[in-house]
Design a protein around this ligand. Structure first.
Ligand code: URA
Length: 188
């Protein structure tokens, strides 16, 4: 396991997969390194690739609003992605790309030791919770893995495409808030 500095510097010059050829910036992740709650998205989009920061586009604005609904903001959590470089035309990251990148995320999780991991969307849930995870049916459900409480909610981009998913997500967010109050120590 690497410390933050070593991990970031390795990640910033990564050539482990083909996404290195087309990226503008690596999006390492950001937030509170002492966070008890981690949110994990899929991969950088156009704005993220341009700025090097996670969730700064339209989906990011919505994510900020979702966090606000349950008393969270970016200073209290850590936000990372399954892949650190933008897949061309925002396609889903390929299994090989995710595999090439997952070591960075595992190291981030090992450094942070979160109590709760929230997967944003299907891609993160399939890789981190269960390979046959069905986001439409199983969003908001909880599993415990190696002592970490894990759940998945719809990706903000899915909520932008289909607002009818928002009430379900609001309920899932409230359950996340309740779980935080139950098991987290920080005052959120
Ligand atoms: N979508 C993601 O999954 N992650 C980001 O950082 C931005 C958009």
């Amino acid at each position: 396991m690497k410390d933050w500095e070593a991990l970031r510097s390795e990640c910033m010059s990564c050539q482990n997969c083909g996404l290195a050829e087309t990226r503008t910036n690596v999006v390492f992740g950001e937030g509170n390194q002492e966070a008890e709650v981690m949110f994990i998205g899929e991969g950088p989009g156009e704005q993220e690739d341009r700025t090097g920061r996670p969730f700064v586009g339209r989906g990011g604005k919505l994510l900020d609003e979702m966090l606000g609904m349950i008393g969270l903001d970016r200073t209290k959590i850590y936000i990372a992605n399954m892949v650190k470089c933008r897949p061309p035309k925002n396609r889903d990251p390929l299994p090989a790309e995710q595999e090439a990148c997952i070591g960075y995320l595992r190291n981030q999780v090992a450094l942070i030791r979160p109590k709760i991991i929230v997967c944003l969307g299907r891609v993160a849930a399939v890789k981190l919770i269960r390979s046959d995870f069905k986001i439409t049916k199983e969003h908001g459900q909880w599993v415990e893995k190696a002592g970490v409480h894990m759940t998945a909610i719809y990706h903000p981009a899915a909520l932008l495409r289909d607002p009818s998913k928002r009430p379900d997500t609001f309920a899932d967010l409230k359950a996340i808030q309740a779980r935080i109050q139950e098991i987290c120590d920080h005052t959120y």
